[in-house]
Design a protein around this ligand. Structure first.
Ligand code: GDP
Length: 325
């Protein structure tokens, strides 16, 4: 008899979850057989994004935070995303530390994801893994990722509460605050507060947020907390800050709004990916793209017209056809 992976995941089997996640990563069609079956059981977990520069202490912090959350009886899933690493180096190292310390707890599930080409993008892959852990019964899902590029900003967009980890002595911190990741942080955590410059960084962040709140009409003013992750200092306070933000989201109705926005974006992205996959496959199969590239090289045709021709042919949209001709 064939295995019912959905039923097993819903019963909390980490092995079944690991199998489904591997299929998702490999773009194995079996993944899409089971995802629709678990989907109705998702949407319950609360998702927390932990982001920041490499070495800021995200892994250490995620570990400590997971322990604090476990104390309240909640089940925890951890996804460590390392899009910058071609060899999973950082993620694996972090995992080894965690595995030794957290693996005794069956209610904590840890999964690291490194770049593997992910045709649909890291954000989609991460979103899929979040759903699997959600169906597995995890109450809180921590996504840990380096906050540098658009990929990571997309990943962090999955989170309900986003925590940006900053550390003193990493150059001009305020300068890096211009990056988009600053805009979506709900909590700023000044880690390594045992080091010189932590107070200064803290007041720089606070005054920047002050200015922001004067020029922008935001409903939420980000919280700033301090920690020394290695010494387990400030972790309870971080959890409290997350709880405060969570309550704010629920009380203000922003939670539903955020989730709706996310589902909208995810659905759009899935349609985009699938269309792209189907079209690319066909173009590659019949060699049409290869010959078109030759024609573009010799300037017989330009890529703009070709793009319209291909799209209009696929969709049979008269309007596009007219524009293409
Ligand atoms: P990540 O790359 O952001 O995941 O950072 P890690 O969690 O791997 O931490 C990088 C280094 O900083 C490790 O050597 C940690 O032990 C150290 N570290 C983490 N938190 C603190 C802290 O609060 N104070 C100090 N002094 N070191 C820390």
């Amino acid at each position: 008899m064939s295995i019912d992976y959905a039923a097993q995941i819903l019963e909390g089997s980490p092995r079944a979850a690991a199998r489904l996640i591997s299929w998702l990563e490999d773009e194995d069609p079996r993944a899409y057989e089971w995802m629709p079956k678990i989907y109705p059981h998702t949407g319950r977990a609360y998702i927390i994004g932990i982001t920041g520069a490499p070495g800021a202490g995200k892994s250490t912090l995620t570990d400590k935070l997971a322990r604090v959350i476990r104390k309240s009886g909640l089940k925890v899933g951890i996804i460590a995303v390392d899009p910058s690493s071609p060899f999973t180096g950082g993620a694996l190292l972090g995992d080894r530390v965690r595995m030794s310390e957290l693996s005794n707890d069956p209610e904590i599930y840890i999964r690291s994801m490194a770049t593997r080409g992910f045709l649909g993008g890291m954000a989609k892959a991460t979103g899929d893994v979040v759903r699997v852990l959600d169906a597995l019964g995890k109450d809180i899902i921590l996504i840990e990722t380096v906050g540098v590029g658009q990929d990571e900003i997309d990943i962090i967009g999955i989170a309900d509460t986003t925590c940006l980890v900053m550390v003193p002595g990493l150059g001009d911190a305020i300068q890096s605050m211009k990056a988009g990741i600053m805009e979506i942080a709900d909590i700023f955590l000044i880690n390594k507060s045992d080091k010189q410059g932590a107070d200064q960084l803290c007041s720089e962040v606070c005054s920047r947020l002050d200015i922001d709140s004067q020029i922008k009409t935001t409903v939420w003013t980000p919280l700033v907390t301090k920690a020394v992750a290695v010494e387990d200092i400030g972790i309870e306070e971080l959890w409290q800050a997350i709880e405060t933000h969570r309550r704010h989201l629920f009380d203000s109705g922003r939670f539903q709004e955020k989730r709706r926005d996310r589902i909208y974006q995810e659905t759009l992205r899935m349609i985009h990916n699938e269309l792209f996959r189907v079209v690319r496959e066909h173009l590659q199969q019949d060699g049409k793209l290869d010959s078109a590239v030759e024609d573009i090289m010799s300037r017989k045709i330009d890529p703009y017209t070709l793009m319209r021709e291909i799209v209009s042919e696929w969709l049979s949209i008269p309007q596009l056809k007219k524009e293409a001709s």
